[in-house]
Ligand binder design. Structure first.
Ligand code: HEC
Length: 101
C-alpha cells in the first residue's frame, strides 16, 4: 500500500507543526481573553460569579458559556468581535469552568 512513503512526510510534518503550534496559539488567545475580561467585564461581577456553586451556574457546557459571554458582552456597551468573544470564552473556560474543548 505505502509505495511512496516519502509522500507522507509533508503531511506528518504538518501534523507535528499543528500539534506543537496549538498550545501557544491557545495561550495567546487566553491572555487576550483575560485582558478583555478583566478590563471590560470584571467591574461588575468579579470572579465570584463564576466560582459560585457549580450546580447553580448557568454555565454547564461550552455552548452555554458562549451564550452567557455573548449575552453579557452587550452589558458593557462595547462591541466585541467574534474573535474577542472566543478569546474570553477560552479564558473563562480554562480558568474557571474547566470545560471540555
Ligand atoms: C452590568 C454588569 C455586568 C457586566 C458589565 C458583565 N456581567 Fe457577567 N454577570 C453579571 C451578573 C450580575 C451575573 C449573574 C447574574 C445571573 O446569573 O443572572 C453575571 C453572570 C455572568 C456569567 C454566568 C455565570 C454563571 O456561572 O452562571 C458569565 C459567563 C458572565 N457573566 C460573563 C461576562 C462577560 C464575559 C462579560 C464581559 C463581556 C460580563 N459578564 C459583563 C453582571 C455583569
Amino acid at each position: 500500500m505505502l509505495r511512496h512513503p516519502h509522500r507522507l512526510l509533508p503531511v506528518l510534518m504538518l501534523v507535528v507543526l499543528v500539534v506543537l503550534g496549538a498550545p501557544s496559539v491557545r495561550a495567546q488567545d487566553m491572555a487576550r481573553g483575560r485582558e478583555l475580561y478583566e478590563t471590560l467585564c470584571g467591574d461588575c461581577h468579579y470572579q465570584r460569579v463564576h466560582e459560585r456553586d457549580r450546580a447553580k451556574s448557568k454555565v454547564q457546557t461550552l455552548l452555554e458559556l458562549r451564550a452567557q459571554v455573548k449575552r453579557w458582552s452587550v452589558q458593557t456597551r462595547r462591541s466585541f468581535s467574534e474573535q474577542d468573544l472566543a478569546d474570553i470564552v477560552e479564558y473563562l473556560s480554562v480558568s474557571h469552568y474547566h470545560l471540555e474543548h
